[in-house]
Design a protein around this ligand. Structure first.
Ligand SMILES: Nc1ncnc2c1ncn2[C@@H]1O[C@H](COP(=O)(O)OP(=O)(O)OP(=O)(O)O)[C@@H](O)[C@H]1O
Ligand SMILES: [Mg+2]
Length: 358
């Protein structure tokens, strides 16, 4: 038997302490709530709901809930009214809460024979819920678009490799200086596009690293071969040092190659002729970790940029995408390592990576 109805502001009609607690619980719930009996008549309502109805709580008592909802504008064919047979409803209930989108739900109490003994009607403002639903919908669409872009870019990379290969062949055969320059420009542009695609694919599909013992020194030597002529053409000095005791480091070779490419590219971008790039590997024996640094004598990083430097799409470069350092950090973190960037006391900056060797 539901007895805990109380007109707003009155406490003496409550029959016992349990009624009072139940009433207070109803009032404390930040939803509109009405309790109705087997005949659909309201036996209790909290002030959240009576305010929506614009009627005092005690005036609603004994009122047929369905009739009240219809009077408040819910159309007669609304699914909320098709729920007598025990089918409960949860869904939109516009226009009950005026300008706000509202949701309602009904829950029934059943007797031993399955007959309805009344139930609870709950109404809530669904603005947050709708915003959340819209955000999820948008995120799903973006995820699909991201996947499509990843597939498309993956396919684009194959013809690019072919073009690059033939351009490299052409470079060997050309003698005309201007034609050679054109080919160099094309190769550089291709490298940029390739790097962008690789970073994008890494972003779209980060994947767990496949760590295998790797000779870090050898990996860097291979990278330097690729950048040797660029460094020479730009008049940038290069130094490399490696700790003699460094053991093989368990790395995803391909992913770490991408890290080094991104860091070296950044360093080359900011270092002018006469400057120097230094790569070093140290072995932190007591921690069994490898420390790798890339140091340049470029322009350094401004105070404003420093906190945002690893954010995706943060870039100060006209042709930059702002994915390079973000991808580096993702990869390093997936290896259980750390990456930091700091300005040098004199000139330029240094990126430092530490990763566990085993
Ligand atoms: N060695 C560096 N010296 C000075 N600034 C740097 C250095 N490395 C990165 N930055 C700054 O950090 C920003 C982000 O670098 P990040 O590599 O993520 O993107 P990007 O180089 O701009 O574009 P891309 O996605 O093509 O790499 C750069 O735009 C630049 O402002
Ligand atoms: Mg970069």
């Amino acid at each position: 038997m539901l007895r805990f109805l109380k007109p707003k502001g009155v406490t003496h009609s409550l029959n016992n302490s349990t009624d009072l607690i139940l009433y207070q619980a109803l009032e404390a719930i930040p939803l509109g709530i009405a309790v109705f009996d087997g005949a659909g008549k309201i036996v209790a309502v909290n002030s959240n709901l009576s305010e929506v109805f614009g009627v005092a709580s005690h005036e609603v008592r004994g009122y047929n809930l369905e009739r009240l909802l219809r009077e408040k504008g819910l159309p007669p064919d609304h699914p909320l009214f098709q729920t007598h047979a025990g089918k409960e409803y949860t869904g939109p209930a516009a226009p009950l809460t005026g300008c706000h989108p509202s949701y309602a739900s009904t829950h029934y109490f059943k007797g031993d024979g399955g007959e309805s003994q009344g139930g609870v009607f709950v109404l809530w403002n669904a603005r947050c819920q709708q915003e959340l639903e819209q955000a999820v919908f948008k995120a799903e669409r973006l995820a699909i678009m991201g996947q499509l872009a990843a597939i498309a870019l993956h396919e684009v990379r194959n013809p690019l490799s072919a073009i690059k290969g033939f351009l490299q062949l052409l470079r060997r055969e050309l003698e005309d200086a201007r034609q050679l320059e054109y080919v160099e420009v094309m190769l550089e542009a291709l490298d940029r596009v390739n790097n962008l695609i690789t970073n994008y694919l890494r972003l779209a599909k980060p994947g767990t690293p496949e760590r295998q013992p790797c000779d870090l020194e050898k990996l860097i030597h291979e990278l330097i071969i690729l950048y040797k002529s660029e460094l020479k053409n730009k008049g940038i000095g290069f130094l490399f040092s490696c700790h003699s005791e460094l053991p093989p480091v368990r790395l995803d070779r391909e992913q770490f190659h991408q890290v080094l490419v991104n860091l070296l590219k950044n360093a080359v971008e900011v270092t002018s002729a006469g400057g120097e790039i230094r790569i070093g590997i140290e072995y932190l024996k007591e921690k069994d970790m490898a420390l790798l640094f890339v140091r340049d004598t470029g322009i350094g990083i401004s105070e404003e940029a420093l906190p945002r430097i690893f954010d995706p799409f943060f870039t100060t470069r006209e042709k930059g995408t702002g994915l390079g350092l973000y991808v580096c950090r993702e990869i390093v973190m997936n290896h259980g390592g750390e990456i930091q960037i700091a300005n040098n006391p004199d000139k330029g900056c240094t990126v430092t990576i530490t990763v566990p060797c085993s």
